[in-house]
Write a protein that binds this ligand. Structure first.
Ligand code: ATP
Length: 612
């Protein structure tokens, strides 16, 4: 008996180790310390459960695209579970919650009280039972939460309640705190994928060299838990040989932005494939026989939204197995006119998908082919991938290749750009076609350059920035969070650096909604991944991305974006920034990068010089 329990424990991790690390992380304010704490935890974790650890750290039960149901546990049910677990009236839980304001801490307190009561009465049978409570393991916590998520349909509420209460009553107080926080979706330990990869490289890959290999593998198979497990069980060499797999999304290749056709052509190496940049939703399409998956830019499974596209793929992709990519665009089927993106988004809002499918018909314009049969095409140059795409597609009016031309002539590029806009596209994508023009999964680089129509305007291009803090308003807006401290992303340091404060552009309605949206994500100190000289009224966990428009870029000693890059002691900021809209389709790491802002600033300087 003893032996088997030892055994099962050695292939698992006591959950208290996870809870203790989370508790330490919560107080850390430097990213280096954060990574070190994670390295320690990762080293203690047996290979069999490393994937579960990674998911929990990411605040989820698996990658989004796996379509694991939501936990479906609201605040009310969670309060009931705490009451049931610790045998206290619900009203007491509610009262304590009202005075503390954090359900995790509430659970921790009641768990302590419950334990000490049991200990106080700890004679005879109760004392014996006390010893019998097995310490929680990572697997038990993960598996129970998974059961909570999959409890669906009739009586599921009751089942969810009992599962959670059971878990909480066996948990140590600190464990209870983080279980509750996880269920609420407010883990707030501040770890992004990049930190997880750094920690894995340090713990198992032999250092920074391994970091690149891990990232490349993750880019080809967007499941960090799986990648971690492969690394820990099979070693770094197993990751070197990884290829895409049908059914598992590839992280998308992204484009830099350009403005001047001649300069863009120079950047991509002379001759290029110039394609329409359609304004729709990116679809990464996987096919295996009759089975079709469509993944969004954020790699969510959006297959259900596009039954018509699924049919197109079944009927017009000749390869048995393939991964292809294209833009799904709303169209007028009578005129084949391209319609705006907003219209396409109606598909997301409405429930009766078959009805809305008729109301909002779509076309698919394909532009890449990453896999054909079992052959990985990601390391082939673009012209070869494009040829392969031509070969495996049976074109129709609404399922066809992105319109494109090969050119090395700036004027021809410009004319094609004008034509694209005329026909309702957003602009063009200029793509390198040389030997090195591989599909660089998960990377924004100069192999693809976008030229969009708003870049012609005198205004600064819109940028997508992350909220890292907020300020209370005055007067009519008194007591309300009404301006936001916004930051750009720095991929090399995996931090967010401030660019500006935005206070205009919000409607009254937007402002109201913003309060509810931001409040649960207020954190007690600056997030470890944020670099800021300004101290806002409240710090916000980097989570929300907003599109911002400004009059121009300026230098500022107050902001840390591009600090010391243009001149010592100053960073780059935006003048008269204005909120345009939220970008829920973007993760904080998809925000405009520091390098992009630097590029935009130097471009603006050049323009000013030319005009002078
Ligand atoms: P944006 O913010 O401009 O919408 P993004 O940050 O989502 O862009 P980018 O890499 O900057 O992504 O721009 C590429 C996007 O353009 C792709 O994600 C895709 O959805 C869309 N697109 C439209 N037409 C094409 C095309 N022919 N080739 C590649 N991408 C295209």
């Amino acid at each position: 008996m003893q032996g088997s329990s030892e055994n099962s424990r050695s292939s698992d991790l006591p959950f208290i180790e996870v809870a203790r690390t989370f508790s330490i992380m919560e107080r850390i304010t430097s990213r280096t310390q954060l990574t070190l704490a994670l390295v320690k935890l990762v080293k203690k974790t047996p290979p069999q459960v490393i994937d579960k650890l990674v998911y929990l750290i990411q605040g989820k039960l698996g990658p989004e695209w796996k379509d694991i149901p939501e936990l479906g546990v609201g605040e009310k049910l969670l309060i009931k579970a705490i009451a049931l677990a610790y045998k206290v009236p619900e009203e007491r839980v509610v009262k304590t919650y009202q005075s503390i304001g954090d359900l995790g801490t509430v659970a921790e307190r009641f768990s302590e009280e419950y334990k000490s009561k049991r200990r106080g009465r700890g004679v005879g049978l109760l004392a014996f039972m006390e010893e019998e409570v097995e310490p929680l393991t990572l697997s038990r916590v993960y598996n129970t939460l998974l059961r909570v998520a999959y409890a669906q349909g009739e009586n599921s509420r009751d089942l969810k309640l009992r599962l959670l209460a059971g878990l909480l009553s066996d948990a140590e107080p600190l464990e209870a705190k983080y279980i509750v926080r996880f269920v609420e979706g407010r883990l707030r330990v501040g770890i992004g994928d990049a930190t997880v990869m750094d920690a894995l490289a340090a713990a198992y890959g032999g250092g920074p060299h391994a970091r690149e290999i891990i990232e490349r593998a993750y880019n080809l198979r967007a499941d960090l838990g799986y990648i971690a497990r492969l690394l820990v069980e099979k070693g770094i060499d197993a990751l070197k040989n990884i290829h895409p797999q049908v059914g598992v999304p590839i992280r998308p290749m992204l484009a830099e932005r350009g403005r001047d056709p001649a300069e863009i052509l120079r950047k991509v190496g002379g001759k290029a494939l110039v394609e329409y940049k359609y304004d729709g939703e990116r679809g990464q399409i996987h096919k295996d026989g009759d089975k079709v998956w469509i993944f969004s830019r954020r790699l969510e499974n959006i297959t259900r939204m596009y039954p018509d596209v699924v049919e197109m793929v079944r009927n017009h992709v000749k390869a048995e197995k393939a991964i292809i990519e294209g833009e799904i665009v709303a169209i007028n089927p009578d005129t084949m006119e391209l319609l705006p993106f907003q219209l396409l988004m109606q598909r997301k809002r409405k429930h009766d998908i078959h009805k809305v499918m008729k109301e909002v018909p779509v076309a698919v314009f394909l532009f890449d082919n990453m896999m054909r049969g079992d052959e990985d095409l990601t390391s082939k140059p673009l012209p070869a991938r494009r040829r392969s795409l031509e070969e495996i597609i049976e074109k129709t009016d609404v399922f066809t290749l992105a319109r494109g031309i090969y050119t090395d002539n700036p004027e021809e590029l410009w004319n094609f750009f004008l034509q694209a806009i005329e026909e309702g596209a957003e602009g063009v994508m200029v793509k390198a076609i040389h030997e090195g023009s591989i599909y660089r999964a998960g990377i924004r680089g100069w192999l693809w350059v976008k030229l969009k129509k708003d870049y012609k305007s005198e205004m600064v291009d819109t940028v997508d920035l992350v909220v890292v803090g907020a300020f209370y308003g005055k007067g009519k807006r008194g007591g309300k969070l009404s301006s936001l401290l916004m930051a750009a992303y720095s991929p090399s340091t995996d931090t967010f650096r401030t660019v500006c404060k935005v206070a205009t552009g919000f409607t009254d309605e937007e402002l109201e909604r913003m309060q509810d949206m931001l409040k649960p994500h207020i954190i007690p100190h600056k997030h470890p991944r944020v670099d800021s000289k300004i101290t806002p009224d409240v710090w916000i966990e980097p989570k929300f991305v907003a599109e911002i428009l400004g009059a121009e870029l300026t230098l500022s000693p107050m902001h840390t974006c591009c600090m010391n890059r243009v001149r010592q002691g100053v960073g780059i900021s935006i003048r008269f920034p204005r909120f345009i809209r939220w970008r829920p389709d973007k993760a904080p790491e998809d925000a405009t990068t520091e390098d992009e802002l630097y590029e935009m600033y130097t471009r603006q300087l050049r323009r000013v010089e030319e005009e002078a």
